[in-house]
Design a protein around this ligand. Sequence first.
Ligand SMILES: Nc1nc2c(ncn2[C@@H]2O[C@H](COP(=O)(O)OP(=O)(O)OP(=O)(O)O)[C@@H](O)[C@H]2O)c(=O)[nH]1
Ligand SMILES: [Mg+2]
Length: 435
Amino acid sequence: MTRDVREQPAQLGDLAFTLLDTAGWETASGEALEARMRRFTERAIESSDVVLFLIDARAGVLPLDQSFAGWLRKRSAKVILVANKCEGRAGQQGLAEAHGLGLGEPIPVSAEHGEGLSDLHEALGRHVEPMPEEDEEELDPEAAVDADAGELTAARPLLLAIVGRPNVGKSTLLNRLVGEERVLTGPEAGITRDSIRVEWEWKGRPVRLVDTAGMRRRSRIEAKLEAASVADTLDTIRLADVAVVVLDASDMAEKQDLNIAGWVIEEGRALVIAVNKTDLLADDQSQSTKAWRKLRDRLEASFAQVKDVPIVGFSAMSGRGVERLLPKVFETYEIWNKRVPTPKLNRWLREMETLHPPPLASNGRRIRLRFMTQIKRRPPTFVLSVSQPEELGDDYLRYLTNRLRDDFGMPGVPIRLTMRKPKNPYEGRARKKRY
Ligand SMILES: Nc1nc2c(ncn2[C@@H]2O[C@H](COP(=O)(O)OP(=O)(O)OP(=O)(O)O)[C@@H](O)[C@H]2O)c(=O)[nH]1
Ligand SMILES: [Mg+2]
């Protein structure tokens, strides 16, 4: 399953370390996908202090284990040999065989059942310093308030999800941004299988980039593996601050591109559309202008609740235009974080009521817009208290949302506006009397 090297902070008892999970070892060479995966694994090993070499004790020592052991011995890597799946008795034989690999005493564990971890702890303790005492600062409640204010810190970086159809160049974009080959890319569709986080910094601002598995049309998603990848991508979208939906310039605005952008908006994330592979666009200026216009039109037509979604075009492969992406991302992020003060909002509401009065209700009385507040940011979320909410109608609500967006400068992000009936101040008292 695993293809890319996945990096995670990890902890075992009092030992804290960074864990790199790697793809299964293969002996392939050349340019095959397996060979590219293997090069990533080799690089991860070279950058590590110690290698946990896992064998499947139930399967016994296999030729691939032998060849990997040889490779590790040649590099005199520090190795802890771990025999997994040792719960019950079925692993005994494999455990005995593992001694023959010449990498020292194997540690029997069961990853699934959590057995053998104290032995593993002991072995790791020879390579990892125990953690210092708990840092008081981390428990400071003020720090939590700061994080809530949307201020970006190393502990709370901007979460930037890179999503899109398979093969549009998401991973190439990530590599281009960070300036090194951190994730696997290639002409085969469906290379990336699960979300991969890479910590990065843009102009001194911490950013967590998340590369994701490409999303095909749902009807075509058959294999369980792919369904899991898609679920993982949807989770990533849900957690993101900003999602960059990558399109392929040679067929942008495909139905599936719009679906993916739709999910981002539905989840209330800030959205930036990135048109990649602009190097493939026709030299014919009018042709490519036509393609861009079509994209704009489709976006406008598909997403009534978001106007003027930012669009950036570039070639991730050559790097041309990529520098325009992050300024747009941060601009959109700021808007998505915006808060409109309540007095200002209500002065505006009075103005709207005069400029464009709400319709008459069926009882002939004019609907009153009473009060409005922004109850949430990320995305901007407003509640409007209305005398007869059920009669106000979608058209009027849409009008208000659009004016809100224009008048307070919130283009390109989803805005949520819901209605509420004002509380009757006597209702509670009446009830109290009755009981
Ligand atoms: N011409 C051109 N090709 C590109 C560009 N960016 C990426 N590619 C190529 O497109 C193919 C797919 O790139 P990836 O980055 O692996 O695409 P992906 O979106 O991560 O794909 P999955 O992980 O499979 O979803 C590779 O062959 C890249 O070399 C570009 O700007 N121009
Ligand atoms: Mg990829």
